[in-house]
Design a protein around this ligand. Structure first.
Ligand SMILES: [Zn+2]
Length: 317
């Protein structure tokens, strides 16, 4: 279970790229050029504002100030010949530290160690997750995550079990965030999945592979009607809002494994935790075998920039 982080993220101070050009007065002298940031004129360093206020497609009610992720981005605004509605693009350079060695997967445990969250995520501190009939969601999430890690390890996959605090710009071949839901009354059943907007091209594949394996192994229905903005806007994947988010290159999805508040769903997740974990692991393995690392980190990402906000509405009597 997750709720959206409200409000506008605090922005780091603007870092201005300084270009010092020391021109010698004497003709023919060497020109020294010291460049303290990337030379592209549109380069925006990590944490600096992207110069636009956007509206999150996953949460239209919550406008925020976007900031560049670790590594920075290149902002390309529409040229003078662009069509009136053009919004430009964000180019995300390839990370300098692309993973090497065995395939790597991050399993994020929803609500785990939330009290250790950094200041930009302080609103998460109050989100302790669902609880039902004495079962706490965070304990369930951690149990399943550890089982998934054992299974993936046995297939030669390196696994990071991630708490609430994500290493800034975390790089892996896939990240799956685990949660369990509650409807507060015990009626709803099923699992849900989502990924964010403005990310890489492989998240639909990751979602579909895990979804297919999960439905088949658990027998749970897919509850497509209760996928929330909080899921689509999940902070772990929101690299334009938080530094403590996975890299835009890291394919990532959130899985609400079932309703803790539903007797059957809860029994499945607790009594058949090995089945649940095997399903998640199988979906991830399918994705990894279909999606080579060389593809995930093949070229820079180009995603739409943010629409600039129109004039604020005026109050009408
Ligand atoms: Zn949760």
């Amino acid at each position: 279970m997750i709720r959206l982080l409200g409000g506008v993220a605090a922005l780091a101070a603007v870092v201005v790229a300084v270009v010092l050009v020391a021109n010698a007065a004497v003709s023919g002298a060497v020109v020294t050029r010291a460049v303290t940031a990337a030379v592209d004129p549109g380069f925006v360093p990590a944490g600096a504002p992207l110069g636009q206020i956007g509206t999150d497609p996953g949460d239209p009610d919550d406008p925020w100030s976007a900031a560049a992720p670790p590594g920075g981005v290149i902002l390309q605004t529409p040229g003078p010949s662009a069509s009136p509605g053009a919004i430009g693009t964000l180019r995300v350079p390839l990370p300098k530290n692309i993973p090497i060695g065995p395939r790597r997967v991050g399993i994020q445990v929803g609500h785990w160690k939330t009290d250790e969250a950094p200041p930009e995520l302080t609103k998460l501190v109050v989100q302790t997750g669902a609880s039902w009939e004495g079962v706490n969601e965070v304990d369930l999430n951690l149990d399943i995550a550890q089982r998934v890690a054992v299974l993936l390890n046995s297939s030669g996959i390196a696994v990071d079990i991630l708490p609430t605090t994500i290493p800034p710009g975390y790089l892996a071949d896939a990240v799956v965030a685990l949660h369990a839901d509650s409807d507060g009354v015990g009626e709803l059943s099923g699992f849900k999945m989502a990924h964010s907007a403005r990310r890489g091209p492989y998240e639909d594949a990751l979602l579909n592979d895990v979804k297919t394996a999960y439905a088949k192994a658990t027998g749970l229905d897919y509850d497509g009607t209760h996928i929330s903005n909080a899921m689509r806007g999940y902070y772990v994947f929101s690299w334009t809002r938080f530094q403590h988010a996975v890299s835009p290159f890291t394919p990532g999805v959130i899985l609400e494994m079932g309703y803790l508040s539903n007797d059957d769903d809860r029994a499945l997740m607790i009594d058949k935790a090995d089945v649940v974990a095997a399903a998640i692991s199988a979906g991830i393995m399918r994705f990894l075998s279909d999606t080579p690392r060389a593809k995930i980190f093949e070229k820079e990402l180009v995603v739409p920039a943010f629409p600039s906000r129109g004039p604020l509405p005026t109050s009408t009597p």
